[in-house]
Design a protein around this ligand. Structure first.
Ligand SMILES: Cc1cc2nc3c(=O)[nH]c(=O)nc-3n(C[C@H](O)[C@H](O)[C@H](O)COP(=O)(O)OP(=O)(O)OC[C@H]3O[C@@H](n4cnc5c(N)ncnc54)[C@H](O)[C@@H]3O)c2cc1C
Length: 331
Protein backbone atom coordinates (compact mmCIF):
# COMPACT_ATOMS: atom_id res chain seq x y z
CA UNK A 1 0.00 0.00 0.00
CA UNK A 2 1.57 3.40 -0.96
CA UNK A 3 2.08 5.63 2.09
CA UNK A 4 1.42 9.37 1.94
CA UNK A 5 2.46 11.81 4.66
CA UNK A 6 0.52 15.07 4.79
CA UNK A 7 2.04 18.06 6.60
CA UNK A 8 -0.64 20.16 8.32
CA UNK A 9 -4.14 19.46 9.67
CA UNK A 10 -5.86 22.52 8.21
CA UNK A 11 -8.70 22.34 5.68
CA UNK A 12 -6.36 21.25 2.86
CA UNK A 13 -4.47 18.50 4.72
CA UNK A 14 -7.51 17.02 6.44
CA UNK A 15 -9.55 17.16 3.24
CA UNK A 16 -6.80 15.30 1.37
CA UNK A 17 -6.71 12.59 4.06
CA UNK A 18 -10.52 12.39 3.94
CA UNK A 19 -10.66 12.07 0.13
CA UNK A 20 -8.03 9.30 0.22
CA UNK A 21 -9.62 7.41 3.11
CA UNK A 22 -10.53 3.86 2.16
CA UNK A 23 -8.50 3.97 -1.06
CA UNK A 24 -5.24 2.26 -1.93
CA UNK A 25 -3.34 4.97 0.00
CA UNK A 26 -2.29 4.79 3.63
CA UNK A 27 -2.34 8.44 4.75
CA UNK A 28 -0.95 10.00 7.91
CA UNK A 29 -1.37 13.69 8.71
CA UNK A 30 1.29 15.44 10.84
CA UNK A 31 0.17 18.58 12.70
CA UNK A 32 2.61 20.83 14.55
CA UNK A 33 0.03 21.98 17.12
CA UNK A 34 -1.92 19.94 19.65
CA UNK A 35 -5.25 20.32 17.81
CA UNK A 36 -6.59 21.51 14.44
CA UNK A 37 -8.15 24.88 13.67
CA UNK A 38 -5.98 27.10 15.85
CA UNK A 39 -5.25 29.51 13.00
CA UNK A 40 -7.16 32.84 13.16
CA UNK A 41 -9.94 32.77 10.57
CA UNK A 42 -13.38 34.32 10.05
CA UNK A 43 -14.95 30.90 9.31
CA UNK A 44 -16.82 31.94 6.15
CA UNK A 45 -17.17 29.31 3.43
CA UNK A 46 -19.08 29.33 0.20
CA UNK A 47 -21.68 26.67 -0.48
CA UNK A 48 -20.48 23.39 -2.01
CA UNK A 49 -17.99 22.56 0.73
CA UNK A 50 -20.69 20.73 2.69
CA UNK A 51 -20.90 18.21 -0.20
CA UNK A 52 -17.17 17.49 0.01
CA UNK A 53 -16.53 17.12 3.73
CA UNK A 54 -18.66 15.67 6.54
CA UNK A 55 -20.01 18.92 8.05
CA UNK A 56 -22.78 18.25 10.56
CA UNK A 57 -25.62 20.74 11.13
CA UNK A 58 -24.29 21.60 14.60
CA UNK A 59 -21.13 23.00 13.03
CA UNK A 60 -23.05 25.53 10.96
CA UNK A 61 -23.22 28.81 12.87
CA UNK A 62 -25.38 30.45 10.19
CA UNK A 63 -26.42 30.19 6.57
CA UNK A 64 -25.43 33.13 4.41
CA UNK A 65 -28.12 34.45 2.06
CA UNK A 66 -26.91 37.97 1.46
CA UNK A 67 -23.89 40.18 0.94
CA UNK A 68 -23.38 43.85 1.61
CA UNK A 69 -20.55 45.50 -0.29
CA UNK A 70 -19.13 48.82 0.91
CA UNK A 71 -16.76 51.22 -0.77
CA UNK A 72 -14.99 53.66 1.55
CA UNK A 73 -17.46 52.69 4.28
CA UNK A 74 -20.47 53.57 2.08
CA UNK A 75 -22.92 50.79 1.22
CA UNK A 76 -22.93 50.32 -2.57
CA UNK A 77 -24.56 46.89 -3.00
CA UNK A 78 -27.04 45.12 -0.76
CA UNK A 79 -27.63 41.67 -2.25
CA UNK A 80 -30.35 39.54 -0.65
CA UNK A 81 -31.36 36.13 -1.95
CA UNK A 82 -33.54 33.30 -0.75
CA UNK A 83 -30.85 30.73 -1.49
CA UNK A 84 -27.93 29.57 0.65
CA UNK A 85 -24.79 31.22 -0.73
CA UNK A 86 -22.47 29.99 1.97
CA UNK A 87 -22.02 29.33 5.66
CA UNK A 88 -20.31 30.51 8.76
CA UNK A 89 -18.96 27.27 10.17
CA UNK A 90 -17.41 26.50 13.51
CA UNK A 91 -14.14 25.73 11.75
CA UNK A 92 -12.14 24.30 14.69
CA UNK A 93 -14.94 21.88 15.61
CA UNK A 94 -15.58 20.96 11.99
CA UNK A 95 -11.87 20.24 11.47
CA UNK A 96 -11.80 18.18 14.67
CA UNK A 97 -14.74 16.12 13.35
CA UNK A 98 -12.86 15.36 10.13
CA UNK A 99 -9.60 14.76 12.02
CA UNK A 100 -11.30 12.08 14.15
CA UNK A 101 -12.12 10.14 10.99
CA UNK A 102 -8.56 10.12 9.60
CA UNK A 103 -5.11 9.38 11.01
CA UNK A 104 -3.59 12.54 12.56
CA UNK A 105 -0.50 12.83 14.70
CA UNK A 106 -0.51 16.06 16.79
CA UNK A 107 2.45 17.95 18.25
CA UNK A 108 4.32 16.64 15.22
CA UNK A 109 6.14 19.44 13.48
CA UNK A 110 7.71 18.32 10.21
CA UNK A 111 11.15 19.69 9.44
CA UNK A 112 13.17 19.26 6.29
CA UNK A 113 16.90 18.57 6.61
CA UNK A 114 19.13 17.81 3.62
CA UNK A 115 16.08 17.04 1.51
CA UNK A 116 14.78 14.51 4.08
CA UNK A 117 11.69 14.86 6.27
CA UNK A 118 11.70 14.46 10.05
CA UNK A 119 9.10 14.54 12.81
CA UNK A 120 10.45 14.98 16.32
CA UNK A 121 13.85 13.90 14.98
CA UNK A 122 12.51 10.67 13.45
CA UNK A 123 12.59 10.33 9.66
CA UNK A 124 9.16 10.14 8.01
CA UNK A 125 8.61 6.78 6.43
CA UNK A 126 6.44 7.57 3.41
CA UNK A 127 6.48 7.23 -0.36
CA UNK A 128 5.13 10.74 -0.83
CA UNK A 129 5.16 13.86 1.38
CA UNK A 130 2.56 16.54 0.64
CA UNK A 131 2.71 19.96 2.25
CA UNK A 132 -0.61 21.44 3.40
CA UNK A 133 1.16 23.71 5.86
CA UNK A 134 -0.67 26.93 4.98
CA UNK A 135 0.82 30.42 4.92
CA UNK A 136 3.46 29.44 7.49
CA UNK A 137 5.74 28.21 4.73
CA UNK A 138 5.22 31.13 2.35
CA UNK A 139 7.70 33.95 1.81
CA UNK A 140 6.49 37.30 3.22
CA UNK A 141 6.13 38.88 -0.21
CA UNK A 142 3.46 36.29 -1.09
CA UNK A 143 1.31 37.28 1.87
CA UNK A 144 -0.35 40.28 3.50
CA UNK A 145 -1.10 40.84 7.17
CA UNK A 146 -4.66 40.31 8.40
CA UNK A 147 -6.18 41.02 11.80
CA UNK A 148 -9.62 40.60 13.21
CA UNK A 149 -11.63 41.46 16.31
CA UNK A 150 -14.33 39.40 17.91
CA UNK A 151 -17.00 41.95 18.74
CA UNK A 152 -20.48 42.06 20.19
CA UNK A 153 -21.81 44.01 17.20
CA UNK A 154 -25.43 43.16 16.44
CA UNK A 155 -25.53 41.99 12.82
CA UNK A 156 -27.88 40.06 10.54
CA UNK A 157 -26.81 36.40 10.93
CA UNK A 158 -27.58 35.73 7.25
CA UNK A 159 -25.48 38.53 5.78
CA UNK A 160 -21.73 38.98 5.36
CA UNK A 161 -20.24 42.39 4.70
CA UNK A 162 -17.23 43.17 2.52
CA UNK A 163 -15.44 46.52 2.57
CA UNK A 164 -13.19 47.85 -0.17
CA UNK A 165 -11.30 51.14 -0.26
CA UNK A 166 -10.00 53.49 -2.92
CA UNK A 167 -6.82 54.07 -0.89
CA UNK A 168 -6.02 50.56 0.33
CA UNK A 169 -5.23 47.47 -1.70
CA UNK A 170 -7.02 44.99 0.53
CA UNK A 171 -10.40 44.22 2.05
CA UNK A 172 -12.24 44.25 5.34
CA UNK A 173 -15.08 42.03 6.49
CA UNK A 174 -17.88 41.69 9.01
CA UNK A 175 -18.89 38.07 9.44
CA UNK A 176 -21.67 37.03 11.83
CA UNK A 177 -20.73 35.01 14.86
CA UNK A 178 -22.72 33.59 17.79
CA UNK A 179 -23.68 36.68 19.82
CA UNK A 180 -21.70 39.13 17.70
CA UNK A 181 -19.47 39.48 14.67
CA UNK A 182 -15.90 39.02 13.57
CA UNK A 183 -14.62 42.27 12.11
CA UNK A 184 -11.32 42.07 10.29
CA UNK A 185 -9.09 43.54 7.64
CA UNK A 186 -6.20 42.46 5.45
CA UNK A 187 -4.14 44.51 3.03
CA UNK A 188 -0.95 46.13 1.81
CA UNK A 189 -0.33 48.25 4.85
CA UNK A 190 1.37 47.94 8.21
CA UNK A 191 -0.76 46.35 10.92
CA UNK A 192 -1.12 49.69 12.75
CA UNK A 193 -2.55 51.32 9.60
CA UNK A 194 -4.95 48.38 9.14
CA UNK A 195 -6.15 48.80 12.74
CA UNK A 196 -6.74 52.49 12.13
CA UNK A 197 -8.77 51.74 9.01
CA UNK A 198 -10.90 49.30 10.95
CA UNK A 199 -11.44 51.59 13.94
CA UNK A 200 -14.69 53.21 12.70
CA UNK A 201 -16.23 49.76 12.13
CA UNK A 202 -15.22 48.37 15.47
CA UNK A 203 -16.10 51.50 17.51
CA UNK A 204 -16.54 50.54 21.12
CA UNK A 205 -17.42 46.92 20.37
CA UNK A 206 -14.28 44.82 20.70
CA UNK A 207 -14.38 42.06 23.26
CA UNK A 208 -10.88 40.95 22.48
CA UNK A 209 -8.39 41.13 19.67
CA UNK A 210 -7.95 37.82 17.96
CA UNK A 211 -4.44 37.11 16.86
CA UNK A 212 -3.73 38.18 13.33
CA UNK A 213 -2.07 36.04 10.72
CA UNK A 214 -0.75 36.49 7.24
CA UNK A 215 -2.78 35.48 4.21
CA UNK A 216 -1.55 34.57 0.77
CA UNK A 217 -2.40 37.00 -2.01
CA UNK A 218 0.06 36.15 -4.77
CA UNK A 219 -2.01 33.43 -6.42
CA UNK A 220 -0.93 29.87 -7.11
CA UNK A 221 2.81 29.25 -6.92
CA UNK A 222 3.37 26.90 -9.84
CA UNK A 223 6.73 25.65 -8.51
CA UNK A 224 5.06 24.44 -5.35
CA UNK A 225 2.41 22.29 -7.01
CA UNK A 226 4.70 19.26 -7.06
CA UNK A 227 4.56 18.82 -3.31
CA UNK A 228 2.00 21.30 -1.93
CA UNK A 229 -1.73 21.97 -1.77
CA UNK A 230 -3.96 24.60 -0.18
CA UNK A 231 -2.55 27.91 0.98
CA UNK A 232 0.97 26.46 0.99
CA UNK A 233 0.61 26.47 -2.81
CA UNK A 234 -1.08 29.91 -2.81
CA UNK A 235 -4.69 28.70 -3.15
CA UNK A 236 -6.40 31.83 -1.79
CA UNK A 237 -8.56 34.32 -3.73
CA UNK A 238 -6.34 37.40 -3.62
CA UNK A 239 -9.12 39.99 -3.79
CA UNK A 240 -11.13 38.59 -0.88
CA UNK A 241 -8.82 36.34 1.18
CA UNK A 242 -11.11 33.32 0.74
CA UNK A 243 -8.88 30.30 1.32
CA UNK A 244 -10.88 27.49 2.92
CA UNK A 245 -12.88 26.35 -0.09
CA UNK A 246 -10.01 26.71 -2.61
CA UNK A 247 -7.75 24.74 -0.26
CA UNK A 248 -10.29 21.93 -0.01
CA UNK A 249 -10.84 21.97 -3.78
CA UNK A 250 -7.07 21.75 -4.37
CA UNK A 251 -7.00 18.70 -2.07
CA UNK A 252 -9.80 17.12 -4.12
CA UNK A 253 -7.91 17.61 -7.37
CA UNK A 254 -4.74 16.22 -5.73
CA UNK A 255 -6.60 13.14 -4.40
CA UNK A 256 -8.20 12.48 -7.80
CA UNK A 257 -4.82 12.84 -9.53
CA UNK A 258 -3.19 10.40 -7.08
CA UNK A 259 -5.96 7.86 -7.52
CA UNK A 260 -5.95 8.15 -11.29
CA UNK A 261 -2.14 8.12 -11.53
CA UNK A 262 -2.13 11.57 -13.12
CA UNK A 263 0.27 14.45 -12.70
CA UNK A 264 -1.24 16.88 -10.17
CA UNK A 265 0.38 20.12 -11.40
CA UNK A 266 -0.93 19.62 -14.93
CA UNK A 267 -4.39 18.49 -13.73
CA UNK A 268 -4.61 21.48 -11.39
CA UNK A 269 -3.57 23.93 -14.08
CA UNK A 270 -6.45 22.70 -16.25
CA UNK A 271 -9.00 23.46 -13.52
CA UNK A 272 -11.30 26.47 -13.30
CA UNK A 273 -10.06 26.87 -9.73
CA UNK A 274 -6.51 27.54 -10.95
CA UNK A 275 -7.66 30.00 -13.59
CA UNK A 276 -9.93 31.99 -11.25
CA UNK A 277 -7.27 32.10 -8.51
CA UNK A 278 -4.75 33.44 -11.02
CA UNK A 279 -7.19 36.07 -12.33
CA UNK A 280 -7.68 37.40 -8.79
CA UNK A 281 -3.92 37.46 -8.20
CA UNK A 282 -3.27 39.06 -11.57
CA UNK A 283 -5.67 41.92 -10.80
CA UNK A 284 -3.91 42.57 -7.48
CA UNK A 285 -0.51 42.46 -9.21
CA UNK A 286 -1.66 44.96 -11.84
CA UNK A 287 -2.72 47.41 -9.15
CA UNK A 288 0.57 46.91 -7.31
CA UNK A 289 2.51 47.60 -10.52
CA UNK A 290 0.39 50.66 -11.24
CA UNK A 291 -1.10 49.15 -14.48
CA UNK A 292 -4.58 49.54 -12.98
CA UNK A 293 -5.73 51.98 -10.35
CA UNK A 294 -7.72 51.54 -7.18
CA UNK A 295 -9.94 54.44 -8.20
CA UNK A 296 -10.67 52.59 -11.47
CA UNK A 297 -11.72 49.56 -9.45
CA UNK A 298 -13.84 51.75 -7.23
CA UNK A 299 -15.73 52.98 -10.31
CA UNK A 300 -16.17 49.39 -11.56
CA UNK A 301 -17.44 48.28 -8.16
CA UNK A 302 -19.94 51.12 -7.94
CA UNK A 303 -21.38 50.82 -11.44
CA UNK A 304 -21.41 47.05 -11.95
CA UNK A 305 -24.34 44.68 -11.69
CA UNK A 306 -24.13 43.48 -8.05
CA UNK A 307 -24.66 39.82 -9.03
CA UNK A 308 -21.65 40.08 -11.33
CA UNK A 309 -19.50 41.63 -8.60
CA UNK A 310 -20.51 38.74 -6.36
CA UNK A 311 -19.68 36.12 -8.99
CA UNK A 312 -16.19 37.52 -9.52
CA UNK A 313 -15.57 38.07 -5.80
CA UNK A 314 -16.54 34.46 -5.09
CA UNK A 315 -14.40 32.98 -7.84
CA UNK A 316 -17.45 31.71 -9.66
CA UNK A 317 -16.87 33.41 -13.00
CA UNK A 318 -15.91 32.88 -16.62
CA UNK A 319 -14.17 35.04 -19.23
CA UNK A 320 -17.39 36.71 -20.34
CA UNK A 321 -18.14 37.80 -16.76
CA UNK A 322 -14.71 39.43 -16.56
CA UNK A 323 -15.23 41.31 -19.80
CA UNK A 324 -18.70 42.43 -18.65
CA UNK A 325 -17.31 43.63 -15.34
CA UNK A 326 -14.05 45.24 -16.35
CA UNK A 327 -14.61 45.96 -20.03
CA UNK A 328 -11.36 47.16 -21.52
CA UNK A 329 -10.03 48.31 -18.20
CA UNK A 330 -7.52 45.55 -17.73
CA UNK A 331 -8.09 42.77 -20.26
C1 LIG B 1 -7.60 36.65 9.89
C2 LIG B 1 -7.94 35.68 8.78
C3 LIG B 1 -9.28 35.42 8.48
C4 LIG B 1 -9.60 34.51 7.44
N1 LIG B 1 -10.92 34.26 7.18
C5 LIG B 1 -11.24 33.40 6.19
C6 LIG B 1 -12.62 33.09 5.93
O1 LIG B 1 -13.54 33.56 6.60
N2 LIG B 1 -12.90 32.23 4.91
C7 LIG B 1 -11.92 31.67 4.15
O2 LIG B 1 -12.24 30.91 3.22
N3 LIG B 1 -10.61 31.90 4.40
C8 LIG B 1 -10.25 32.75 5.41
N4 LIG B 1 -8.93 32.97 5.69
C9 LIG B 1 -7.91 32.18 4.95
C10 LIG B 1 -7.94 30.73 5.47
O3 LIG B 1 -7.86 30.73 6.87
C11 LIG B 1 -6.77 29.91 4.91
O4 LIG B 1 -6.56 30.22 3.56
C12 LIG B 1 -7.06 28.41 5.03
O5 LIG B 1 -7.19 28.04 6.38
C13 LIG B 1 -5.92 27.62 4.38
O6 LIG B 1 -6.07 26.25 4.65
P1 LIG B 1 -4.79 25.29 4.63
O7 LIG B 1 -5.26 23.97 5.09
O8 LIG B 1 -4.12 25.39 3.32
O9 LIG B 1 -3.78 25.93 5.71
P2 LIG B 1 -3.98 26.23 7.26
O10 LIG B 1 -5.40 26.37 7.62
O11 LIG B 1 -3.06 27.37 7.56
O12 LIG B 1 -3.43 24.91 7.95
C14 LIG B 1 -2.06 24.59 7.94
C15 LIG B 1 -1.76 23.69 9.13
O13 LIG B 1 -0.42 23.22 8.99
C16 LIG B 1 0.21 23.23 10.26
N5 LIG B 1 1.65 23.31 10.01
C17 LIG B 1 2.36 24.33 9.47
N6 LIG B 1 3.66 23.98 9.35
C18 LIG B 1 3.76 22.70 9.82
C19 LIG B 1 4.85 21.78 9.95
N7 LIG B 1 6.09 22.12 9.58
N8 LIG B 1 4.61 20.56 10.48
C20 LIG B 1 3.35 20.21 10.85
N9 LIG B 1 2.29 21.03 10.76
C21 LIG B 1 2.49 22.27 10.24
C22 LIG B 1 -0.37 24.48 10.93
O14 LIG B 1 -0.26 24.42 12.35
C23 LIG B 1 -1.83 24.43 10.46
O15 LIG B 1 -2.66 23.71 11.34
C24 LIG B 1 -8.57 33.86 6.70
C25 LIG B 1 -7.22 34.12 7.00
C26 LIG B 1 -6.91 35.03 8.03
C27 LIG B 1 -5.46 35.29 8.35
Amino acid sequence: MPRAAVVGAGPAGLALAWFLKGTKYDVKVYEALDQPGRKPCAWGVMEGVEKMLPISKERIVSEIRGFKIYLNNKLIHDIRTNRTLGYIIDKPSMLRDVAEKVDVSYSSKVVVRDGKYFVNDKPIDADEVIFASGHYSLPKDFTIPAIQYLTNAKVDMEVVEFYFYSDLLGYAWVFPEQGGAKIGIGGYAPVEALKEKLAPMVNDKPLRLLHGARVSDGGVIDDRLNDSIGEAAGCVYAMTGEGIRPSILSAKIRADSMLEGKDFPSQFKKSNLYWTLQVHADIVKRVKRGDASLSGFSRVLTKADPELVLKVALGNFGRLDLIKLFGRMIF
